[in-house]
Write a protein that binds this ligand. Structure first.
Ligand code: F6P
Length: 320
């Protein structure tokens, strides 16, 4: 490859900028021309493509969001849209594309590779819902934000001996709730991957309050339902629990990325460029047990991320 482009697509995540920086600087280091595509696949179809140099990615490693902006693009899901995208890239002489995003973005990269563009996909989503990588870029920051919020909620809940229901993001994946729940000592973690029994949960909360607990934190992954629904189910069973609901929402997607996310993004961005140079295409870059790995995009998008049951059971054992 001689000319590569980079785009960010789908929901943004903290660390996408660090990944863009790594791709641009690594590409330039290896003597490639590097182009940025604004607003994901939408920008590609509008030919919103510009040349990037070392300075165009200065002062961004610490910023949330993405300087390339992001979009979810319906037109690119059609074969005509994909064909048009490949033609526009070819017109610019771009023969390699790095896509940073989630599942939908991976599928787009897969289609483009079938049309002759060499592609690499990087996991950029707070959800941690991508298979064949232990972590996605943005996940660690989102978990930190949830833990920080729970710390604050504990203070006020303890003063009033109340329970706090915290709804977190993650789409169909419970990882944000699981990891933030373990780190914040939540009493209950509700995730779509595991069944739960509201009667049992209510009973346990009642017992814990009776035995001197001063607060109760319930983390609800959005894939299970809303925090309001969980609060209603609890109140119906025991009105004295006085649950208060907090929906953290898009707060989880903003702010400065943690060092772990910046480093993951830097490693993956550089890896993607090196793999393109090595002649690889249609691959997803990930990290497993600290090692950088390549997996066929097809395989990644057709595999459900494995849920860490051990961590879930640990959180449950420690939350008495
Ligand atoms: O995929 C990231 C994510 O933040 C999910 O956790 C959430 O369900 C969704 O995106 C929200 O989408 P939007 O930003 O379009 O409201």
């Amino acid at each position: 490859v001689k000319k590569i482009a980079i785009l960010t697509s789908g929901g943004d995540s903290q660390g996408m900028n660090a990944a863009v920086r790594a791709v641009v600087r690594s590409g330039l280091y290896h003597g490639l021309e590097v182009y940025g595509i604004q607003r994901g696949y939408h920008g590609l179809l509008n030919d919103d493509i510009f040349s990037m140099d070392l300075r165009s990615v200065g002062d961004i490693i610490q910023r949330g969001g993405t300087i390339l902006q992001s979009a979810r693009c319906k037109e690119f899901m059609t074969p005509e849209g994909q064909q048009k995208g490949a033609e526009i890239l070819r017109k610019h002489g771009i023969d390699g594309l790095v896509v940073i995003g989630g599942d939908g973005s991976y599928q787009g990269a897969n289609k483009l590779s079938k049309l002759g563009i060499n592609t690499m996909a990087l996991p950029g989503t707070i959800d941690n819902d991508i298979a064949f990588t232990d972590y996605t870029i943005g996940f660690d920051t989102a978990v930190s934000i949830v833990v920080d919020a729970v710390n604050k909620l504990r203070d006020t809940m303890s003063s009033h001996e109340r329970s706090s229901i915290v709804e977190v993001m993650g789409r169909h994946c419970g990882d944000i709730a699981l990891h933030a729940g373990l780190a914040s000592g939540a009493e209950t973690i509700l995730v779509p991957e595991m069944p739960h029994d509201m009667d049992e949960i209510t009973e346990r909360m009642k017992q814990n309050f009776a035995h001197g607990k001063r607060h109760s934190i319930v983390l609800v992954a959005e894939g299970v339902g809303s925090g309001e629904e969980v609060a209603k189910a609890l109140t119906d069973r025991c009105p004295t629990l006085e649950p208060r609901v907090t929906v953290l929402g898009h707060i989880q997607r903003g702010g400065t990325p943690t060092p772990a996310d910046r480093n993951l993004a830097s490693r993956l961005g550089d890896f993607a460029v090196r793999m393109l140079i090595a002649g690889e295409s249609d691959k997803a870059c990930g990290i497993i047990k600290g090692e950088l790995v390549l997996t066929d995009i097809d395989k990644v998008v057709n595999t459900k991320k494995e849920f860490n049951r051990e961590l879930y059971e640990l959180a449950s054992r420690l939350s008495q």
